[in-house]
Design a protein around this ligand. Structure first.
Ligand code: SAH
Length: 345
């Protein structure tokens, strides 16, 4: 293992101090910071307006732990799935999803996942480690490049719906989003970023207190504790009442609607009682519902419910003035769809 410091773990202030302490000007820190973030170089040699001796000094003290696109698969529908190799050889996945009106990056926040949702392929990997802020940022940069190369347009949106539970890696996710939205980074609007969580009440409140400006999506999948605990066992620790309270707090502070992600499975949450529970839950906090198509990860245990069951959800939600969208999967042929990210490639 390399014992040099990851230079991107330093703040701009720390970089400026480093140069002052080494007999140079603080301004040099600004220049390096710009190379590292908004210009995203992966080698000190590429910092062309920096003297050779300074570059050597940086090389003696620091590393840039850049990521590498290890394998790339392109789907018939334009979706691109990347296996991203981290500096320690671990792999995460990031996906580019183009539609007519937007290009979305779906990024990972952890290697594996700390939660245990029964229907999700990533859960089977368990959590190996959190990603650093720069590893999250680099995924966005890599996908933005692909978007420009293959679709002739810049990335428009980012969703934290890849591997991992973003709120279980709170600090690094927030730091990465700060860089993505800052003019010293990519300058993207926070309104175009969505963090998706299985729902960790304490951290949802913290986000509200921290006055984050991005959107929040919650993977609900059931509004009945007994059912939700069966498919998302951590619900036992964070039951729906606690989640509701945290979401009410979020809304009171941010005034931003929540998106609930919801899959309807045969024999699991496809009854009238399930629909009614969801409608009731949706009334607590202003929200909309995305009904997601299920992507099977193994044979049998979970199966997408019938069209009829889906229609029951849609009509009941609409009758109650709750906006509902049906989300079809993208990139299924390359296992890039939700819940299919498990390093199969
Ligand atoms: N841990 C976060 C983000 C990653 S999962 C979260 O739970 O929100 C991103 C989305 O994919 C979630 O809504 C999740 O419920 C959904 N998902 C997981 N497995 C899936 C599968 N097999 N088919 C369709 N969606 C799935």
């Amino acid at each position: 293992m390399n014992s040099k410091t990851d230079i991107r773990a330093l703040t701009k202030e720390q970089l400026r101090d480093f140069f002052v302490n080494n007999g140079d000007k603080a301004f040099r820190g600004n220049q390096i910071y710009e190379w590292l973030w908004s210009k995203s170089v992966h080698n000190f040699e590429d910092m062309t307006n920096i003297s050779k001796s300074t570059r050597q000094m940086l090389d003696d003290n620091f590393v840039i732990n850049n990521i590498e696109v290890d394998a790339m698969q392109r789907s018939n529908d334009g979706t691109i799935k990347n296996a991203i190799k981290l500096h320690d050889g671990k792999i995460v996945e990031s996906v580019l999803i183009p539609t007519e009106s937007r290009t979305t990056a779906c990024v990972s926040s952890q290697v594996g996942c700390s939660l245990d949702c029964k229907f999700c392929a990533t859960a089977r990997l368990k959590r190996m480690r959190n990603l650093n802020a720069d590893e999250i940022y680099d995924q966005v940069v890599a996908i933005d490049k692909q978007s420009q190369l293959y679709h002739n347009r810049k990335l428009t949106n980012i969703v934290f719906m890849g591997m991992g539970e973003p709120l279980m890696n709170y600090n690094n996710v927030i730091k990465a989003i700060d860089k993505i939205t800052s003019n010293e980074g990519l300058g993207m609007s926070a309104k175009r970023i969505t963090v998706s969580t299985s729902g960790v009440p304490k951290l949802i409140k913290k986000m509200a207190d921290d006055e984050v400006r991005f959107n929040l999506a919650v993977s609900l999948h059931s509004a009945i504790d007994e059912v939700r605990t069966k498919i998302m066992p951590f619900n036992h620790r964070f039951p729906l009442a606690d989640l509701r309270e945290a979401l009410e707090y979020w809304y009171s502070k941010t005034k931003r609607k929540i998106t609930y992600e919801y899959i309807v499975w045969q024999g699991i949450n496809d009854t009238k009682k399930d629909v009614e529970a969801l409608v009731k839950y949706c009334k607590y906090v202003p929200c909309k519902v995305n009904l997601i198509e299920y992507n099977p990860i193994d044979d049998g245990e979970f199966q997408q419910a019938s069209r009829n069951a889906l229609n029951n959800y849609i009509s009941n939600l609409e009758m109650n003035d709750i906006v509902v969208n049906v989300r079809h999967s993208r990139g299924k042929d390359i296992d890039a769809a939700c819940g299919q990210l498990a390093n199969k490639s």
